[in-house]
Design a binder for this molecule. Structure first.
Ligand SMILES: [Cu+2]
Length: 172
């Protein structure tokens, strides 16, 4: 576990990085993403439940010097019941968290999000200025064009292993 001070420094750093990134991308659409549920009732687990989550456009914004990177994707739950994303891991990063960036009066701030609810047929977009995977403690030097495997963990059902494409810092 990192200390609170380290966490604060990390948050400040990635907030700054994402603010820089935001200025190079389209105007931030401050559409508020759905609030994550604090708890979800248990749902039946089926053997096909893992294939019910569609993952599209999974990519990582490459940053120099092994700085914390943002991971983006679009998740769609094609199942009939709400699924809850509870974590992520990768052999290439020591720690992965979910963050939500919000913009208030032109100021960007970012908060850790413990879980993300995936309602049936409602795509959840991880994108600059919104939800993102915060990829910390890089274990190897990445380059644009590389591929990183990230495993997504859910409250119910099997994990999903997703290949993420590493793209240059000015991608969106
Ligand atoms: Cu972040």
């Amino acid at each position: 576990m990192r200390s609170d001070l380290q966490s604060l420094l990390m948050l400040g750093l990635c907030t700054a990085l994402l603010s820089i990134a935001a200025t190079t991308t389209a105007p931030a659409t401050a559409a508020a993403p759905p609030a994550p549920a604090s708890a979800a009732p248990p749902t039946p687990v089926s053997s096909l439940v893992g294939s019910e989550i569609l993952v599209e456009d999974a990519w990582i914004r490459w940053l120099p010097a092994n700085l914390p990177a943002g991971g983006y994707m679009v998740l769609t739950n094609n199942g009939a019941t709400t699924r809850v994303l509870t974590g992520a891991s990768s052999p290439d990063f020591g720690e992965i968290g979910f963050h939500l960036t919000r913009v208030h009066n032109g100021m960007s701030d970012m908060t850790p999000v413990p879980t993300i609810e995936l309602k049936p047929r409602v795509p959840v977009r991880f994108a600059p200025g919104s939800y993102h995977l915060m990829l910390m403690q890089s274990k190897r030097a990445l380059r644009p064009g590389d591929r990183v495997l990230i495993t997504l963990l859910f409250a119910e059902g099997p994990p999903i292993e997703v290949p993420f494409a590493v793209r240059a810092g000015n991608s969106q």
